[in-house]
Design a protein around this ligand. Structure first.
Ligand code: 13P
Ligand code: SF4
Length: 303
């Protein structure tokens, strides 16, 4: 078996030959973030996928993110190093169940968190990420919203808008592991620390935090001069980036249990293998892609 530096060297060489760009989500393992050309949140990654000139997008994240990249750039080859890297929240809704709900609520606009399949996006009016959910809800031309599939992000937005919101009962099992007592316990130990959590967290967790932000928002928040210690209420992979970009500051995970097993399926070995084989490729049937693209494009225009 090769050591990490041998693997990294081979990945860099092959990446150039393939004219590939490596995009990684903020929750990826540290060694994956370190070889990526760009590390970001879901919104930044989709914007990046839409404008890259590379021929190949090697996506280090989960299925729905790679699908979004393909939806925006179908002329490129999109590769996800482990085809099993899914998202349980995305699996909590199907296109069929959504169609049923739309028949029950004919006057709503469907706002779809990008953590969803291409088929579900294709049934939606507009997509959003945690970075722009409120802005999307406020800007869409409808007074009644069906927000899918994350009830907690939906609830967080509903507290800040006058619009009527119906929430799909989905959730992220990783963020569910973060409890209010994790935050309050760390606050007692680190009274100066700011507590920042992801809006996928339960409302009781958001209630005891200073801010609820997307992972990209957390990265920017950590750079502030008035932040020297930060309690981080999200998937622990982001701590690698926060520490790397802010030497001298302290970052404490709300709980070390907040690990997304799907994000951790991506390894250096699999990245190398997928560059060699150009597989597993992620594609979406053209009819679905075009309908999903309308919803993603609307989001990008608003963002
Ligand atoms: P963001 O990086 O967009 O905040 O999303 C978090 C997430 O759970 C992605 O799966
Ligand atoms: Fe899905 Fe949660 Fe993992 Fe994000 S952290 S990919 S929402 S399971």
């Amino acid at each position: 078996m090769k050591g990490n530096s041998g693997l990294v060297e081979e990945i860099v060489k092959l990446k150039e030959q393939r004219k590939a760009v490596i995009l990684a989500h903020n929750y990826q393992p540290g060694e994956i973030q370190d070889i990526a050309d760009f590390v970001g949140d879901s919104l930044e990654l989709s914007q990046n996928a839409a404008r890259t000139e590379a021929r190949v997008i090697l996506f280090c994240g989960v299925q729905f993110m790679a699908e979004t990249a393909y939806i925006l750039s179908p002329d490129k080859t999109v590769v996800l190093p482990d085809a099993n890297a899914g998202c349980p929240m995305a699996d909590m809704i199907t296109a069929e169940k959504l169609r049923e709900k739309k028949r029950e609520l004919p006057s709503v606009a469907v706002v779809c968190y990008v953590n969803s399949s291409a088929e579900v996006k294709a049934e939606s009016d507009v997509c959003c990420t945690s970075a722009n959910a409120l802005r999307v809800v406020e800007n869409i031309n409808a007074e009644e919203i069906l927000f899918i599939p994350d009830q907690y992000l939906g609830h967080f937005v509903s507290k800040q808008t006058a619009k009527k919101m119906y929430l799909w009962p989905g959730y992220c099992p990783t963020h569910m592991k973060i409890l209010p007592e994790h935050i309050t316990g760390l606050r007692t130990k680190y009274p100066q620390a700011k507590a920042v959590v992801h809006p996928e967290c339960r409302p009781e967790v958001i209630a005891v935090a200073d801010e609820a932000l997307s992972t990209g928002g957390m990265v920017r928040y950590a750079r502030r001069d008035d932040v020297s210690q930060m309690i981080v209420g999200t998937e622990i992979g982001i701590i690698h980036r926060l520490k790397k970009e802010n030497p001298g500051k302290e970052f404490m995970a709300a709980t070390r249990k907040a690990v997304c097993p799907n994000m951790k399926l991506i390894t250096l070995e699999k990245v190398l293998w997928s560059l060699q084989e150009m597989s597993p490729e992620v594609r979406v049937p053209e009819e679905t892609r075009l309908r999903a693209k309308t919803a993603v494009d609307r989001m990008l225009q608003i963002a």
